[in-house]
Design a protein around this ligand. Structure first.
Ligand code: SF4
Length: 347
């Protein structure tokens, strides 16, 4: 079925932003500060990218990046398209769950989704409203429908609810969240905040090992390539999928340079990775020896700094100060982007 590329230099994951719109306004998310116009990906571009992915054995695809997939009116059609054209590729979706109505959940039954992640963040209605700008009641109704025993496993093989731990997140709140996930029969994941490529102050250092993002290809709704989800407008990207195939984009000299520097322990020498404390490690394409070394460095980092999990590290980035700093940065960037767009329209 696949015309596999001979060279094994292929992305482990392709992430396609089918829309940059989001129904939430999470205080920690750069979607609030996009400098570009928001909108969906054109269908011809989406289909072209999926066809490109048939040229090699793609391990996983995520049709999402900065927006929420359920803010894309075509998301169900696009999920079906991916499943039809890439039947052997793992399909993963991330959402806040607010727009994932029972009707849409029913439409996902039998699609063969591998992993569905829902970003819930808190079970406190007021805090949910403050942090995400949405009504918790509706999200919980959707999640109750999703996780009914006869339905949960037919929508996705794995379902994970995720909480981003903020400065004021208490241990009791985290325990409530874990209990809620157990009751609903889903996995739970509690994560801390990164420093957004160094945009906010953080005491957690930049890891020495390579980051997992350099072995994937992230594509914005316009087709522009972006370094990673921290690079929300593609400022560090290197081309457009309108002109390049997925493999050409992944094998571009700029992409290879990032991979090489991360692989050889020089991540701290390249911008913006040299100031980014995203700690998820990358093993793709490493020799067994390099992978073992990266694994040991990762374990040492997690043991020492506890970037994820129930017990927060001391200091930032989980402090309120860091969050306030991030919010004001997003507010300023959002206002500047809006002013720029209006000036361009009036020019
Ligand atoms: S280190 Fe940070 S900025 Fe660099 S690719 Fe990874 S997530 Fe992106």
């Amino acid at each position: 079925m696949f015309g596999f590329a001979r060279d094994e230099e292929v992305p482990r994951l392709v992430s396609v932003e089918t829309t940059s719109h989001c129904n939430a306004k999470c205080v920690f998310c750069p979607n609030n500060a996009l400098a570009r116009d928001k909108g969906p990906m054109e269908q011809d571009l989406f289909e072209k990218i999926i066809e490109d992915c048939r040229e090699f054995r793609l391990e996983a695809i995520e049709p999402f990046l900065q927006g929420d997939p359920f803010s894309d009116p075509k998301i169900l059609e696009r999920l079906e398209h991916i499943r039809r054209r890439l039947p052997d590729t793992k399909l993963r979706l991330y959402t806040n769950g607010f727009g994932m109505s029972p009707k849409k959940i029913d439409a996902m039954v039998g699609l063969g989704m591998d992993h569905l992640y829902v970003s819930v963040n808190t079970l406190d209605p007021k805090k949910y409203k403050d942090v995400m700008g949405l009504s918790l009641e509706r999200t919980l109704e959707n999640l109750a429908y999703l996780t009914e025993p006869g339905r949960r496993g037919r929508v996705a093989k794995h379902v994970t609810f995720r909480m981003t731990r903020l400065g004021d997140t208490t241990l009791a709140e985290q325990d409530d969240f874990t209990r809620y996930c157990e009751e609903r029969g889903v996995e739970s994941l509690i994560v801390g905040l990164f420093n957004y490529k160094g945009d906010i102050k953080s005491d957690l250092p930049v890891p020495s090992y390579g980051c997992e993002h350099v072995a994937r290809l992230d594509i914005l709704a316009t087709g522009k390539i972006t370094l990673c989800c921290m690079d929300q407008d593609g400022a560090y990207g290197w081309g457009n999928l309108r002109e390049l195939s997925v493999l050409e984009a992944y094998r571009h000299p700029a992409a290879r340079r990032y991979r090489e520097l991360h692989r050889t322990g020089k991540r701290r020498e390249v911008d913006p990775c040299g100031t980014c404390n995203n700690h998820w490690p990358g093993f793709h394409g490493l020799s067994p020896l390099d992978a073992a070394r990266a694994g040991l460095e990762y374990c040492a980092y997690v043991a020492r700094y506890r970037p994820n999990g129930r017990k927060a590290p001391h200091g930032t980035p989980d402090s309120d100060d860091a969050l306030v700093q991030l919010q004001s940065k997003h507010a300023a960037a959002g206002a500047a982007a809006k002013a720029g767009r209006e000036a361009a329209k009036n020019a």
